[in-house]
Design a binder for this molecule. Structure first.
Ligand SMILES: CC(C)(COP(=O)(O)OP(=O)(O)OC[C@H]1O[C@@H](n2cnc3c(N)ncnc32)[C@H](O)[C@@H]1OP(=O)(O)O)[C@@H](O)C(=O)NCCC(=O)NCCS
Length: 150
């Protein structure tokens, strides 16, 4: 598949079911996160930074959603969540292309640095980010849930 057949655009509400199915296939769903609530929240804050990659698919050349990245910029750092490429489209440089699109948009907003959260056990994703120029930093991520989803 040629990369030119792919299209990066902003997530639209009609993409929700396909995005959640993709996240399920990619193993990025967590029981404590309701993906539909995550999508609804993103619609209220910088929705233009929620990107998807589509490819023409099927006889009617319908769009298939093949990748997602939910990015944001808080005025100090940028972040990316729900980065996922469909399993049958991985290792084709789509993740690299999508992260380049995210970085381009964050840079245009004046974002000086991007942080990504990767489980330390997820060695393959660590390799992916290293290839893109990201370096591990000495910091522990702490979290506090403000709104339980379940
Ligand atoms: C991580 C992920 C987004 C990478 O997307 P991708 O389209 O397959 O990656 P690319 O093809 O753009 O790869 C970019 C570079 O990373 C490397 N890379 C990608 N996946 C890799 C892997 N599993 N192991 C080692 N290196 C990998 C590629 O070799 C490539 O290097 P190169 O440009 O020097 O050849 C994809 O594997 C994925 O969706 N994984 C499941 C969901 C997930 O874990 N998301 C991250 C949550 S933190």
């Amino acid at each position: 598949m040629s990369l030119s057949a792919l299209h990066v655009r902003v997530f639209q509400p009609e993409d929700a079911a396909a995005a959640v199915a993709l996240w399920r296939d990619c193993g990025v769903l967590r029981p404590w996160n309701d993906p539909y609530k995550d999508i609804a929240r993103k619609a209220t804050v910088q929705p233009e930074l929620f990107l998807v990659v589509t490819a023409a698919a099927g006889p009617a050349a319908q769009e298939a959603l093949v990748a997602t990245a939910m990015a944001g910029y808080d005025g100090h750092r940028g972040s990316v969540y729900y980065l996922a490429v469909a399993p049958d489209r991985q290792r084709l440089a789509i993740g690299r292309m999508l992260m380049a699109a995210v970085e381009e948009r964050l840079l245009a907003l004046g974002c000086p640095k991007l942080h990504v959260l990767v489980r330390s056990s997820n060695l393959q994703v660590l390799d992916f980010y290293r290839k893109l120029g990201y370096q591990a930093e000495e910091a522990l991520c702490l979290g506090k849930r403000l709104i339980p989803d379940q």
